[in-house]
Design a protein around this ligand. Sequence first.
Ligand code: TXA
Ligand code: MG
Length: 318
Amino acid sequence: MRILTSSSVKEAALLLRRGELVAFPTETVYGLGAPIFNPLAIQKIFQVKGRPSDNPLIAHIGALSQVEEIAIDIPPEFYQLSEIFFPGPLTLILRRKEAVPALVSAGLDTIAFRMPNHPLALSLIQEVGEPLVAPSANLSGKPSATRAEHVLEDFKGKISAVLDGGATTFGIESTVISLYDPSRPLLLRPGQIIREELERVLGRPVAICSKKGEERVISPGMRYRHYAPNAFLKLFTRWEELEEYAENRPQIKRLLLVSSPIPRNCQRWEHLPLSAKELYSAFRYADREGYEEILLLCNEEILSNVALMNRLQRAMEI
Ligand code: TXA
Ligand code: MG
């Protein structure tokens, strides 16, 4: 597996056109790419990730005109959102064009797509000449990759290359909104772009897809355990409580993830800063070092970050 730099976008595109898998950076997390009209390459993505075949993929477009190649019945709501948020960390769901391999959408009649706000991703898509489908570039069930090294950790020897763009800006996956029924937009996954911003632009309420039954049908990915380190996770909002908990269990190999202000006596334990950008990196570090437990100290800012709290919640589910 090769690590390619920004001067090798053409080479990366050539590999993709030959049907080989190449991971690339976006502003959220790294994606594991294949051209959308190459079903064999897409099949390989499911294989190397160990991804259940009923979990659909996101298409990454490089120009607005590419939407017409993959979706039908494009509603005005699409243009309202894309004008403000493209390129950016927002994934939209519309009806899928029949020419798009059903494998991409795990058999659903919809297609999820976004335009990533990353120069390497955009020039790669342009060089390949068609949208790239790309799930997050991690083994299924592992934290997403936010650095090229994370991709290497999971896929060394299994994919052809990773385009190295350094650490990603946001560190958490895109917001996913369904416009399948444009009169009833549905938020399927919270992200950096929050529900209130979407409501403001659309001028109507955005429902949250939270009922378990509904999720199962509409967003298959939400039912799988995700983003999880091997260590046991526990959340605290007060330092004193965390300290007491840790003091009562001195024998455990633990890592603290703490939001600011960092408590002074934190030095007694191994600790790293808690942030959306570095969360997955910290999870991966904890796995490599064999921590049994991760204690998180969350301030108000962290608690009000809906996307981050959603990932923490899901990492704590068994
Ligand atoms: O930020 C991101 O979105 C990253 C970067 C690489 O773009 N990608 C990403 O992909 O997070 P992935 O495959 O890890 O998550 C895609 C989510 C899954 O929960 C999947 O079920 C859902 O989007 N999804 C994809 N297509 C869908 C569809 N047609 N209908 C409903 N949900 C869909
Ligand atoms: Mg993922």
